[in-house]
Ligand binder design. Structure first.
Ligand SMILES: C[S@@+](CC[C@H](N)C(=O)[O-])C[C@H]1O[C@@H](n2cnc3c(N)ncnc32)[C@H](O)[C@@H]1O
Length: 254
């Protein structure tokens, strides 16, 4: 079986993103953290909006939100959910395909968010600097940018001792199950990079395998503060702990 990148077309990480994320307790409370950073009814840009988990929830809370993502498979799901929203909420959301390292919408926002380890998906160094520049370019003076990053000690952890045991086993909407197995995991200290290969197996209601997909996921980590500084972003407060595995770094654009 070939190994796909995460969120690829026909990959199961994109197809089951909402099923898997709905039971991810490490994200509990992230919506409240981001909502508190913007003024009531303010404008928010989400970089790496995925299937719109936060984009739509923030719009439901009265914010106007532009959600940008690079992966068509994720945006297709966001678009399908957008079409089902009540019109007053749908009108506050705009979805766009784009790369957060180069994006220029020629608009400014009260808050830019980059949630659930999205910045960690691009190489630390120039890609992080460019993403901070994107955030800064889209912020008005006094605006905030929030980046949720994983903790390095969590990234260093080895994979499960028994790789034949699923790390997740969830019912699917069609009466089957989706199982996740960590097949490989490793961390390279010299480049701050964690690579893992996850196998997704979809079972039907009788427990027969319907679809399988091996997918490679990469996370980079480093101190974001020196890379945000050239973009004019300075830490606004101590990082906000989230779910014991990460923290939200909040930056101010002067
Ligand atoms: C873990 S998901 C987060 C989705 C959503 N923010 C959430 O919290 O549920 C990461 C998303 O970042 C997107 N992404 C990765 N690199 C990107 C880039 N350079 N520009 C825009 N989106 C990117 C992926 O396609 C994926 O949808």
């Amino acid at each position: 079986m070939t190994t796909r990148p995460y969120y690829a077309e026909k990959g199961l990480s994109a197809a089951f993103y909402d099923t898997v994320t709905a039971v991810d307790t490490r994200l509990e409370g992230d919506l409240d953290i981001y909502a508190r950073l913007a003024p009531a009814g303010g404008r928010i840009l989400e970089l790496g909006a995925g299937t719109g988990r936060l984009t739509f929830a923030l719009a439901e809370r009265g914010f106007s939100v532009v959600g940008v993502d690079i992966a068509p498979a994720m945006l297709a799901q966001a678009a399908a959910k957008h079409a089902e929203l009540p019109s007053a909420i749908a009108a506050r959301v705009e979805l766009k395909r784009g790369d957060m390292t180069v994006l220029d919408l020629k608009k400014t926002f009260d808050l830019v968010i980059c949630a659930y380890f999205t910045l960690a998906h691009v190489p630390r160094g120039m890609a992080w600097k460019n993403t901070f520049a994107t955030a800064s370019r889209h912020l008005k003076s006094g605006g905030l940018a929030a980046f949720h990053l994983p903790l390095i000690d969590i990234m260093r952890l080895p994979g499960p001792a028994e790789s034949s045991q699923p790390v997740l086993d969830q019912p699917t909407a069609t009466g089957g199950r989706i199982l996740l197995f960590v097949r490989e995991r490793g961390f390279r200290e010299d480049v701050g990079r964690m690579d893992q290969v996850i196998e997704y197996v979809e079972l039907d209601a009788r427990g027969q395998a319907l679809r399988q997909s091996l997918e490679r996921q990469t996370f980079y980590i480093t101190d974001p503060v020196p890379l945000a500084a050239p973009a004019g972003l300075t830490p606004d407060r101590e990082p906000i702990p989230l779910g014991d595995v990460g923290e939200v770094h909040v930056f101010l654009k002067a």
